[in-house]
Design a protein around this ligand. Structure first.
Ligand SMILES: [Zn+2]
Length: 398
């Protein structure tokens, strides 16, 4: 299973290496970005990636006409496996010095099991002690390049963002990479599971606001999705030299990350409100097979009678299309917003979970225990009604 996951990422994952801008090159993979900077006095490499993809990274470096032996400095954006996992192997191979944010030492030296290697179906065993533990504002120089390292924690405690100048001898441009913008480590579920502080969310926002103050004309992604790396590399390959030059993208991207975190928090709060309502009200009225023109008078009557939770069931026989049930949920959710919580019942498929969410439904009830449906419900942060809450559900048919 583990090998399958990794191989899938490897084979689906090949990206043609190429020049990003002037002396900056992309040599990474789909699971995580790797960049090299040609400083005229050796290479700086940012993020070695995973041991499983190191062979690809080394081939990419050679394909661009460089020698891995010329890597003198390995900068690591943060200690997660997909960025830092191959560091030990690469440093042994090249003799390069390794640098990581001080607070992520515990992730890479094996002190703490927080590298997220399990997400890739593997165990992190290539632990190492970095040569240099970076602190906020440190500068790392090699050849013609000085990299400013700014502490931007949140994704991990030691996440570092990198800023440096790229010159072609005539003009100088500023390049920048945020070292970790993933909100996957900031969900309530993750923070609770790992015993982490919710203040990491504030640190994340602070760090992003600090990074935003940096002028970045060449925006480097630490995953290819951050800056559309693949599409831009193709444009460069077609002869467009400045495909990565986009002076406004940096700010927009970082603003988008804060909005994304705020959305997660809002959805989590809404989910908690639903769960609290189920616990408090204890009664969910079920509506099944009722036409849309009868539904509102009925639901208003139920509301006047004190009902605060209403469930519309999907039709397990398939006679009524899922979309029709979802349209009923939408009518109810819009009409009763803030007054009554509307959800879906007899939910048997992931599609029905998605339809419910899009219709404004707030909870999912399933007659079975389907891990895929539960996972989907959790992923899009709908409140799950657990049968162990044991509310009284009364059914109404027309
Ligand atoms: Zn990460």
């Amino acid at each position: 299973m583990a090998t399958e996951i990794i191989n899938k990422q490897l084979y689906d994952g090949f990206i043609e290496p190429g020049r990003v801008f002037r002396n900056i090159y992309f040599v990474g993979t789909r699971p995580a970005s790797t960049h090299i900077i040609d400083t005229q006095n050796g290479l700086i490499l940012i993020d070695p990636g995973m041991p499983e993809t190191l062979g690809i990274v080394l081939d990419n470096i050679k394909e661009l006409g460089f020698s891995p032996k010329d890597i003198k400095i390995i900068l690591i954006s943060h200690g997660h496996y997909d960025h830092a996992g191959a560091t030990l192997k690469l440093s042994k191979l090249t003799g390069a010095k390794t640098y990581i944010g001080k607070a992520d030492l515990k992730m890479v030296n094996g002190e703490e099991n927080t590298s997220l290697a399990e997400l890739f179906g593997v165990q992190y065993t290539d632990f190492f002690t970095p040569d240099v533990l970076l602190e906020d504002g440190d500068k790392v120089t090699l050849g013609n390049t000085t990299v400013l390292c700014l502490s931007t924690p949140g994704h991990t405690d030691g996440t570092m963002s990198f800023f440096f100048s790229a010159t072609d001898g005539e003009n100088t441009y500023t390049a920048g990479m945020h070292g970790g913008v993933g909100t996957n480590t900031l969900t309530a579920d993750f923070l609770k599971k790992k015993g982490l502080s919710f203040s990491n969310r504030e640190k994340y926002v602070e760090g992003i606001n600090r990074a935003k103050k940096q002028k970045v004309e060449i925006f480097l992604g630490n995953h290819i999705g951050n800056n559309n790396t693949e599409e831009k590399l193709k444009r460069v390959a077609r002869g467009e030299k400045n495909a990565f030059y986009s002076p406004y993208e940096w700010q927009e991207f970082l603003d988008g990350r804060i909005k994304h975190l705020n959305l997660i928090i809002a959805e989590e709060n809404a989910m908690q409100t639903t769960i609290d309502t189920v616990i408090k009200e204890k009664i969910i009225v079920i509506v099944r097979g009722m036409s849309n023109n009868k539904i509102l008078p009925f639901a208003e009557a139920a509301y006047k009678g004190g009902i605060r939770l209403l469930e519309c069931t999907y039709d397990a026989t398939g006679n009524t299309p899922d979309e029709e049930i979802a349209s009923t949920i939408k009518i109810l959710a819009e009409h009763f917003e803030g007054r009554m919580v509307i959800g879906a019942g007899t939910v048997l498929t992931e599609k029905q979970v998605e339809l419910t969410k899009n219709a404004g439904g707030k909870f999912i009830i399933s007659p079975d225990t389907n891990p895929a449906v539960i996972a989907k419900t959790k992923k899009i942060r709908l409140g799950i009604h657990s049968r162990s809450l044991n509310p009284h559900r009364s059914s109404c048919r027309s």
